[in-house]
Design a protein around this ligand. Structure first.
Ligand code: F6R
Length: 261
């Protein structure tokens, strides 16, 4: 795992977006794993800007989102399909037929998990998986005590996640209490992982995921076992890390990061 701390949120967001853009440039038919949530809005705005101003070409890209609320149709403004259409897909030249999310209305939950796993597998796997982290440490909706080997399935959300996300629903009680999510095992199969964490509210959970023990209690900590995971934080989110001098040293000196400093 590599940890990169940027002085402010804008620079953290720009770095995450650049890593995605560079993947698309290097492999135009790449498969991207995408996340939703507040943190990602700025990343998608930046990718939209790169498409408009630098002609970043998404025409051959395929995307697989981490999760979708159970019981919400694609047309529901609170669905993650709707979020992706609004924040990214309508702003870039992607073919929407190449964009995939679990179907929140699927009648057979077990079959839906298997269908989604097959879709990813048949596409040849995910080249780059973008992640945020929940206030309870989740990646996707892999809540505490999710198996670190789990695959795409239906998952009951925690009260912490309900608190984190219900503020985006009107009324808040309209938020579903269950979701389909890629499993931790599904996420760990991605060739590269980029996690973005911003804001002081995430400082405690960021420190647990990055420097704490690998544990199903904080599924984000599984990234410690991934061979190519990068965690990008702004200064505020990095506030409780203990090894910041080392992380900054690596970013300042490793040739891999020369073009990104
Ligand atoms: C959403 C997802 C979640 C979010 C996490 C952080 O697709 O996978 O794990 O990344 O809940 O959400 P925000 O950015 O809203 O704090």
């Amino acid at each position: 795992m590599e940890v990169i701390i940027r002085p402010d949120t804008a620079r953290a967001v720009r770095l995450a977006a650049r890593l995605i853009a560079d993947t698309v440039k290097m492999k135009p038919a790449c498969k991207l794993g995408l996340a939703t949530g507040h943190t990602m809005e700025a990343v998608y705005a930046e990718l939209g800007r790169m498409h408009c101003e630098q002609k970043l070409d998404f025409s051959l890209v395929r995307t697989f989102n981490l999760d979708e609320y159970i019981g919400l149709a694609a047309t529901d403004p609170n669905s993650y399909r709707y979020y992706m259409d609004q924040h990214l897909f309508k702003c870039i030249n992607i073919d929407v037929r190449n964009t995939f999310l679990p179907d929140g209305m699927a009648a057979d939950e077990i079959a839906e998990g298997q269908r989604y796993e097959s879709l990813i597998r048949d596409a040849g796997g995910i080249d780059l998986q973008l992640l945020g982290i929940g206030s309870d440490g989740h990646i996707g909706f892999n809540e505490p005590i999710s198996s670190l080997a789990s695959r795409t399935r239906a998952k009951a959300l925690t009260p912490a996640t309900y608190l984190q996300n219900s503020k985006y629903f009107t009324p808040p009680e309209a938020m579903p209490k269950r979701a389909f999510t890629m499993g931790v095992g599904t996420i760990m199969d991605a060739k590269r992982i980029v996690m973005l964490i911003t804001g002081s509210a995430k400082a405690g959970i960021a420190a647990k995921a990055i420097e704490g023990p690998v544990t199903a209690m904080v599924t984000g900590s599984a990234l410690q076992l991934h061979p190519a995971a990068v965690v990008i934080l702004d200064q505020a989110a990095a506030g409780m890390l203990t090894q910041t001098d080392y992380y900054n040293w690596v970013f300042a000196n490793e040739p891999e990061w020369a073009d990104y400093r």
